[in-house]
Design a protein around this ligand. Structure first.
Ligand SMILES: NC(=O)C1=CN([C@@H]2O[C@H](COP(=O)(O)OP(=O)(O)OC[C@H]3O[C@@H](n4cnc5c(N)ncnc54)[C@H](O)[C@@H]3O)[C@@H](O)[C@H]2O)C=CC1
Length: 485
C-alpha cells in the first residue's frame, strides 16, 4: 500500500493521530491475497478516555457554532473526499477487498453525499413557534451530546459518514469505532474532517473489538449509540444502551425478499437479483437473498441468471475490469462455505457457483440455489455472502405471506410490469427500505433502515435528524402567574 493512502497511526483523537501500542495488535489482511498489509492496535482504556473527554469538550463549542458554519465544514469535507476519491477508493479496496470498480462509485462518493446532504441541512435545523393566545411556546432543536458510532466491515467509509455527518450537522460530537476487520478508512475520514475545519475532538476514531465498543456504549458521557452490525450484536448494544436510557439507531441484518412476478421484464429482474445478491460479494445487509420467482417465469429466469453469472469478472480487485471480488476475511468465507454445504445437504439445487476459487485470497464463486423451500437454512438465516436462494411461488397472497414469514425486515423488492400490483405488494411487505423494479439503491435523500429484528431508527434523509437531535420546548408567559395561594 502506498505511503499516501496508509493512515499513520491506529487512532484519531482530538484532531490528531494517536498511537498506543499497549493495545492488542489487530492485523489488517488484504482479502485478495491474505497478506497482512497494516497493523493497528486496539484502544486501551487510556485511548478510550482520551477520545471521550476530547468529544465532550469539543461538543459544547461545536454546538455553539451556527448550523451554517458546521455545515460548511461538512460540505468542505465532502469536496476534499471527492477530490481524493481514487486514493480513498483504493484504501477501501485494501481494507475490504471490494473491487475498485465498486469502491470508485459507492464508498467515498456515498460518504461525500452524506457530508454534503447533512452539511446542507445544518443551517435549516430549527425549532418552531406555537402561539397560545398571548403566551407562546418555542422549540429548540438541540444536539444529543456525544454520540458513539460502531461500524460493520462491509462499507467502512460510508458507514462512518452515514453516522458522522448527521451527528455533526446536529451539533453532536462522535467517537467512531470501525469494525476490527476494516480499521483503516474511518481514520482518513477523521483526517479529512480536520482538514475541512472540524474542531479537534468533534470526530474521533478508536480501534478495537467488541470490548472497546462496549466500553464506549456504557460510558455515562455517551448520549447515543448508532450501530451497524449483526442482530446478535444489536441486541447486546441496544440492551446496554437501554440500561442508561440512551438513544439508539440500529442498522442490523436481513434476509430480504425479492419478488419476481411472471409479467416482470426478465432482464431487469435478473439484473435486480444480481445487484441484490452479488454486489460487494454479497456482503450487503439489505440484499434480497430470498428471490421468490413466480412459476411461469422461473425456468427462463434461472437460465438467464446462470448465463449472466458466468460472465462475472472475478479477479484482482485493483483491476478496474474486475466486478466480483473476494470475501472480506477467511472467517467470513468459511461461514459462507458452511451455508453452501448446508444448502446442498438440505436438497437445494445448485444452479451456479458453489466453490472456492483456486487462487490466493478469500474468493467464492457467485452461487445460485434453485428449488429452495422456506424451511431450509439458506432461506432462513442471513448468510452475508454471494449466495442467492431462488424459491418458487404461485400467487400474490401466498408470496406476501411467505416473504413476511421472517424475523427480519430490512428490505424488500418487487419486479412486475403491473404497477398497481407493485405498490399493493410493497405496501404489504413488512420491511423498511423497499424497491419497485429495482434493488439496493441507497441515495442519501431516502430513509434507510429496517423493521422487526433488522433495526430501530433510520439513517440518511431528513429522518436521520430526528435520531441525532432532540426538541426542547419553552413555554413563555406574557402576563402574570396565577397561583392558588
Ligand atoms: N443494516 C445495516 O445497515 C447493515 C447491517 N450489517 C450487518 O452487519 C453484520 C456484519 O458485520 P459484522 O462486523 O460482522 O457485525 P458484528 O455485529 O460482528 O460487529 C459489528 C460491530 O460491532 C462491534 N461489536 C461487537 N460486539 C460488541 C459489543 N458487545 N458492544 C459494542 N460493539 C460491539 C464490532 O466490533 C463491530 O465494530 C451482518 O450481519 C450485516 O447484516 C452490515 C452492514 C449494514
Amino acid at each position: 500500500m502506498s505511503y499516501e493512502t496508509q493512515p499513520t497511526a491506529s487512532h484519531y483523537v482530538n484532531g490528531a493521530y494517536l498511537e498506543d501500542s499497549a493495545g492488542a495488535a489487530i492485523p489488517v489482511i488484504y482479502p485478495a491475497t491474505g497478506a497482512e498489509i497494516a497493523r493497528v492496535h486496539a484502544a486501551t482504556p487510556a485511548v478510550v478516555e482520551a477520545a471521550l473527554s476530547a468529544a465532550v469538550e469539543a461538543q459544547t463549542l461545536w454546538a455553539e457554532m451556527t448550523g451554517r458554519a458546521r455545515g460548511r465544514v461538512l460540505t468542505d469535507a465532502a469536496r476534499i473526499m471527492r477530490e481524493r476519491n481514487r486514493a480513498l477508493s483504493e484504501l477501501e479496496t485494501w481494507d475490504t477487498g471490494k473491487p475498485l470498480q465498486e469502491t470508485l462509485v459507492a464508498d467515498a462518493t456515498s460518504a461525500a453525499d452524506a457530508l454534503e446532504y447533512f452539511g446542507g441541512l445544518a443551517a435549516s435545523l430549527t425549532g418552531e413557534h406555537i402561539q397560545l393566545g398571548e403566551d407562546w411556546v418555542y422549540t429548540r432543536r438541540e444536539p444529543l451530546g456525544v454520540c458513539v458510532g460502531i461500524g460493520a466491515w462491509n462499507y467502512p467509509t460510508q458507514i462512518s459518514c452515514w453516522k458522522g455527518a448527521p451527528a455533526l450537522a446536529c451539533g453532536n460530537a462522535m467517537v467512531f469505532k470501525p469494525s476490527e476487520t476494516t480499521p483503516l478508512c474511518a481514520l482518513k475520514v477523521a483526517e479529512i474532517l480536520t482538514e475541512a475545519g472540524a474542531p479537534a475532538g468533534v470526530f474521533n476514531v478508536v480501534q478495537g473489538m467488541g470490548e472497546v465498543g462496549s466500553l464506549l456504549v456504557t460510558d455515562p458521557r455517551v448520549a447515543k449509540v448508532s450501530l451497524t452490525g449483526s442482530v446478535p450484536t444489536g441486541r447486546k448494544v441496544y440492551a446496554a444502551a437501554a440500561a442508561e436510557m440512551k438513544h439508539v439507531t440500529m442498522e442490523l441484518g436481513g434476509k430480504s425478499p425479492l419478488v419476481v412476478f411472471d409479467d416482470a421484464d426478465l432482464e431487469n429482474a435478473v439484473s435486480g437479483a444480481i445487484n441484490g445478491n452479488f454486489y460487494s460479494s454479497g456482503q450487503v445487509c439489505s440484499n434480497g437473498t430470498r428471490v421468490f420467482v413466480q412459476r411461469g417465469i422461473k425456468e427462463a429466469f434461472l437460465a438467464r441468471l446462470a448465463e449472466r453469472v458466468k460472465s462475472a469478472v472475478i479477479g484482482d480487485p485493483m483491476d478496474e475490469a474486475t466486478n466480483f471480488g473476494p470475501m472480506v476475511s477467511q472467517r467470513q468465507m468459511e461461514i459462507v462455505q458452511r451455508y453452501i454445504e448446508k444448502g446442498i445437504a438440505e436438497g437445494a439445487r445448485l444452479v451456479a457457483g458453489g466453490k472456492r476459487l483456486e487462487r490466493e485470497g478469500f474468493y467464492l464463486e457467485p452461487t445460485v440455489f434453485a428449488d429452495v423451500t422456506d424451511g431450509m437454512t439458506i432461506a432462513m438465516e442471513e448468510i452475508f455472502g454471494p449466495v442467492m436462494a431462488v424459491l418458487d411461488f404461485e400467487t400474490e397472497d401466498e408470496v406476501i405471506a411467505r416473504a413476511n414469514d421472517t424475523a427480519f425486515g430490512l428490505s424488500a423488492g418487487v419486479f412486475t410490469r403491473d404497477l398497481s400490483r407493485g405498490h399493493r405488494v410493497i405496501g404489504k411487505l413488512r420491511a423498511g427500505s423497499c424497491f419497485i423494479n429495482s434493488y439496493n439503491d441507497a441515495p442519501v435523500e431516502a430513509p434507510f433502515g429496517g423493521v422487526k429484528a433488522s433495526g430501530v431508527g433510520r439513517e440518511n434523509s431528513k429522518a436521520a435528524i430526528e435520531h441525532y437531535s432532540q426538541l426542547k420546548s419553552v413555554y413563555v408567559r406574557m402576563g402574570d402567574v396565577e397561583a392558588p395561594y
